[in-house]
Design a protein around this ligand. Structure first.
Ligand code: ATP
Ligand code: MG
Length: 399
């Protein structure tokens, strides 16, 4: 999981927060005690299928619903994988209901009648209490983050990042388990390769990175398939200058809270945020092709990352476009490893037709050319890497 020191909790715990309010008495809260929040009047039925991160808080007026409906509401909330904080108001709340409510990760009650100040204070306290818990509940504790970068331009980093992300999404079998993040902010190609529309506009955040939260993240991602979302910036030649380091780090941190897997397509030229991002990853893959200049660059880049990060993280080198029949004096795998002065982690076969056809049709090679050797090779790589313990575990065992 990506763990970054820089992201700070939001200073204003109410402004910009999305609140689901169940009960007519809450109408007008956004103009009063919850000024600045986006308050949506909803129904109890919504709770059963509340998407993770859709709301920062659920407000329930117990006096507005009968006992069976309230019991069903609390049951639905407790069944959610990611339950937002819940505040229940009401007079003479039944003890059984309160007991079940308090079993949720973050919940409280506010006896009616209450003052607007009491409402504000309660909501702020719940938001503050829920912040660290939300990361864990949302899967942040188990999430894994792999970075893929190219040793030289055109080595296949984006192609392999897409295949890895797709492979993990298929293997997990879960909805929205993987997020592929294209960090080539100016002109990333992942969206075009996938035939998807990029929607992220990180530049809009300027110095307000701490406003980025799980709900906002949903507006940044483009669904690619059932299990895979893409986060890619709208083309912007100035993006590397206008998107702040804090916005990138915060956005990745939130992504790791929301998704089981976060796969990063990282530009090979170092940015102010590159080492911090890589230091938080479980794996870093440097993609090389089988030419002497690319192999030398892969070795140098891998060493630079290892030294720069300084956490013991060792990038793994993946050789792309291995041809079964070599034309010209291309190095063999053994010669390549000699030039690298280390073992390569894996090789990915060359299949120009499959790679080009998939990019032209829009989608992973696994979708358009499932029999391509690229698919099999990526699958083996993913299985091997996924079987490794997350770096967090290794680090804590070593400590
Ligand atoms: N295993 C492969 N077999 C055949 N062609 C491949 C393979 N991997 C990638 N390609 C092709 O190589 C070209 C470059 O790939 P890609 O854009 O993924 O590289 P990149 O490292 O992300 O490039 P950039 O430096 O521009 O970010 C593309 O045309 C892609 O289809
Ligand atoms: Mg690329």
């Amino acid at each position: 999981m990506l763990r970054l020191k820089s992201a700070s909790p939001t200073a204003n715990l109410i402004s910009g927060r999305r609140i689901l309010a169940l009960g007519a008495s809450f109408a007008g809260l956004a103009e009063g005690p919850l000024k600045g929040a986006a308050v949506e009047m909803g129904s109890v039925a919504q709770l059963e299928s509340l998407p993770p991160g859709a709301f920062d808080l659920v407000l329930i007026d117990a006096d507005a619903w009968d006992a069976p409906t309230l019991a069903a509401a609390v049951k639905a909330l407790s069944a959610l994988r990611t339950c937002p904080p819940v505040l229940m108001t009401g007079a003479n709340l039944p003890a059984g209901l309160v007991r079940n409510l308090m079993r949720l990760d973050a919940a409280d009650i506010l006896e009616s009648p209450y003052t607007p100040q009491q409402m504000t204070a309660e909501v702020q306290a719940l938001m503050a209490q829920a912040q660290p818990a939300a990361a864990v509940a949302a899967g942040g504790a188990d999430s894994r983050c792999w970075a893929i970068t190219g040793a030289v331009g055109g080595s296949g980093a984006t192609t392999i990042a897409i295949e890895i992300a797709n492979c993990l999404a298929v293997q997990s079998g879960k909805d929205r388990s993987v997020c592929l993040v294209d960090l080539n902010l100016a002109d990333g190609a992942a969206a075009a390769y996938l035939g998807a529309a990029p929607t992220t506009r990180l530049a809009d955040f300027g110095n307000a990175a701490d406003r980025i939260d799980a709900a906002m993240l949903q507006a940044f991602v483009t669904p690619v398939s059932r299990g895979l979302d893409l986060m890619a910036g709208v083309r912007d030649p100035n993006a590397f200058d206008t998107v702040g380091r804090d916005a990138i780090l915060r956005m990745l941190e939130v992504a790791c809270e929301v998704y089981d897997w976060v796969i990063l397509d990282v530009p090979r030229h170092r940015r102010a945020w590159t080492l911090e991002v890589l230091a938080g990853c479980d794996e870093v893959l440097v993609i090389s092709e089988l030419t002497v200049p690319a192999l030398l660059a892969a070795r140098a880049q891998s060493d630079e990352i290892e030294d720069g990060v300084g956490t013991g993280l060792r990038p793994r080198i993946v050789l792309n476009r291995l041809a079964s029949r070599m034309f010209g004096p291309a190095p063999s795998m053994v010669e390549a490893e000699k030039a690298l002065q280390r073992k390569a982690e894996a090789g990915i076969s060359s299949d120009w037709e499959a790679a080009a056809a998939s990019a032209n049709l829009g989608g992973p090679v696994a979708q358009h050319r499932p029999k391509s050797k690229i698919v099999k090779d990526v699958q083996l790589l993913v299985e091997r890497l996924a079987a490794q313990p997350p770096r967090r575990d290794t680090a804590s065992k070593a400590a």
